[in-house]
Design a protein around this ligand. Structure first.
Ligand SMILES: Nc1ncnc2c1ncn2[C@@H]1O[C@H](COP(=O)(O)OP(=O)(O)OP(=O)(O)O)[C@@H](O)[C@H]1O
Ligand code: SF4
Ligand SMILES: [Mg+2]
Length: 340
């Protein structure tokens, strides 16, 4: 059986916010990532979807080791990268690249785009001439005119800047590309072009993607599998079509229902922030994190945190509705709603 390219195991990270310049006081803590485990296989596209503040970017930064978790393990290609030395980690930096949401701010305004794209190669001791020639090649790959290699980021549109950022991320021929909301800062018309470019590159180079987004529709279009995140935990994981058509977790169901009942233009982000607003004052420390908003909540949901358990061939759900005795299934959850 194929081994995962990346495995995250029981990742935890709590942020503490402090006040005071000299005597620092902890004023608040946020469990940004709370016991998350998942795998990404070579060449696979995995979507990480959830509302604002659910912990998606924190998780993405942990698996690239831009930040360290409080506990948990990240394995890449069979090696425990959360425990290796910075020198050894440098080798993996070639393999795991990230594209962020804001294309213009992710580029150095004082560097020509050719220098920006070539920078990762120069960092790995590629001769300057070779790196700049490769930058021109990559510009062509992402659909930009290589003759613009000496221009600066401010001379490009948002969509073009995102193409430059993608070219830079491809320079070291990574095996895993993490895309953190790569199109949400772009106009809708440009979003489709970038998504199609990413799909094409994924097919051409066989790179695995972790695609982070608020938008379940985009994730379904882009990804084989989807992980649904809420308050630092994975609520559900499975094939993207299944999750979209027959959600298994009451949280996912709630999200999709809210999207369907809102105006055509309303998107995941608005839905997400509504749910966060409603529940903002009802943080729970015990039991299921979704209990305050769940219409199915039972006494055990107040005391025991449900584990992410397999409910069919490809789906896992963290919810007490699913257990061997009741034989509850995603169809049961959805027929309840259709009957109402
Ligand atoms: N540096 C930080 N210090 C303190 N709290 C933080 C920090 N970064 C993030 N958080 C908090 O951690 C939680 C998760 O944040 P994160 O940015 O990972 O969420 P997200 O799912 O990426 O949200 P968004 O969709 O808005 O980008 C949020 O409650 C956020 O306020
Ligand atoms: S565990 Fe309980 S509260 Fe949580 S989603 Fe399932 S039914 Fe609702
Ligand atoms: Mg984020």
């Amino acid at each position: 059986m194929t081994q995962p390219l990346l495995s995250a195991r029981n990742i935890h990270l709590t942020y503490s916010t402090t006040t005071g310049l000299i005597r620092k006081k902890n004023v608040a803590t946020t469990k940004a990532v709370d016991g998350v485990s998942f795998d990404i296989y070579p060449g696979e596209t995995v979507g990480l979807v959830g509302g604002s503040g659910s912990g998606k970017s924190t998780l993405a930064r942990i698996i690239t080791r831009l930040i360290e978790p409080d506990s948990g393990e990240v394995w890449f290609d069979g090696e425990l990268i959360t425990e290796i030395s910075p020198d050894r980690m440098r080798l993996y930096r070639r393999d795991i690249q990230v594209v962020f949401q804001d294309p213009l701010h992710s580029l150095n305004p004082r560097r020509t785009i050719g220098e920006s794209i070539a920078r990762p190669l120069l960092n790995f001791s590629t001769p300057k001439k070779v790196a700049l020639a490769k930058a021109r090649e990559l510009m062509e790959v992402v659909g930009l005119n290589p003759d613009s290699v000496s221009r600066y980021p401010h001379e490009f549109s948002g969509g073009q800047c995102q193409r430059i950022a993608i070219a830079r991320a491809l320079a070291l021929e990574p095996r895993l590309l993490i895309l953190d909301e790569p199109v949400s800062a772009l106009d809708v018309s440009v979003q489709a072009q970038i998504l199609n470019l990413l799909k094409e590159l994924q097919k051409r180079f066989g790179i695995a993607f972790l695609f982070v987004s608020h938008d379940l529709g985009i994730v379904r279009y882009m990804c084989d599998r989807t992980l649904v995140m809420y308050r630092g935990q994975i609520m559900e994981s499975g094939m993207s079509d299944d999750i979209h058509d027959l959600p298994g977790h009451p949280f996912t169901r709630n999200f999709i229902d809210t999207i369907l009942t809102m105006d055509g233009g309303a998107r995941w982000l608005e839905v997400a922030s509504r749910i966060e607003d409603v529940e903002g004052t009802q943080m729970t420390t015990e039991g299921c994190v979704f209990q305050a908003a769940c219409t199915h909540a039972m006494p055990q949901c107040r005391v025991t945190t449900p584990e992410l358990r397999s409910v069919d061939d490809s789906r896992s759900v963290a919810c007490h509705l699913y257990n061997e005795e009741t034989g509850f299934s995603p169809s049961d959850l959805n027929s309840k709603y259709q009957g109402e």
